[in-house]
Write a protein that binds this ligand. Sequence first.
Ligand SMILES: [Zn+2]
Length: 273
Amino acid sequence: MEDFVSESDSDYTSYWRDWFISSRGNEYFCEIDEDYLTDRFNLTGLNAEVSYYQYALDLVTDVFDLDCDDEMRETIEKSARHLYGLVHARYIVTTRGLAKMLEKYKKSDFGKCPRVLCHSHPLLPVGLSDCPNVRPVKLYCARCEDTYNPKSSRHASMDGAYFGTSFAHILFQVYPALVPTKSADRYVPRVYGFKMHAAAALVRWQGNKRDDMRRRLRKMEIESGFKDGEDEIDDEEDEDEEEDEEGVNEEEAGMADYGGAGTTVQAPGGDEV
Ligand SMILES: [Zn+2]
């Protein structure tokens, strides 16, 4: 947060939050409702975390009227930004907050997944710790279920605690329809079109594990998140494949409807169990 210079020290009294969320580098934040900020219950414990807590709160809620020098004002300003961030982490897991962040997610305000096979899936901010000043914010892709560094250095230096470790996942619990379907797409290393043996073996092992898991989930009638019928196993797997396959099929005889185990056969997508 250090790197952003407040341009509006002179007209700080009006609409501090408007100014704050429209400042460069603060694009990940949504606006916290006045009602939420003025309910003391929501701010429990933050007075110990934020210096000049009361002044900072006054600034955030536009009732700041202390006559002080610039240096003091800058200190309070900094506290206000910290306070806003900490309240933000609490606010975005409320119904209103989730709805606001959802709008931003839909507009890809947090960026898009850089992984090629995620096809520009929108990201969500995620903290790796709920304690302030531990780790900066990261971006979570629900499609590949991995986290990434923000592109801009302004975003990359923002505290992860301003978003929290749970927000992204609560969002998907509250809006389950947004959970993207899992994709079996994998990048396969190739040299002049030929798969490299060691890397291919790993991909195959992981593929088998995944297919085993899907079969188990299907048997227990648990939704695996994979699109049905999407699992054509590429006919990329070659002869050295067959050994692994036999092992798997012995155990799974009769329920290999996914055609898993990386055979050269396309998955029938049938439903027999
Ligand atoms: Zn991704």
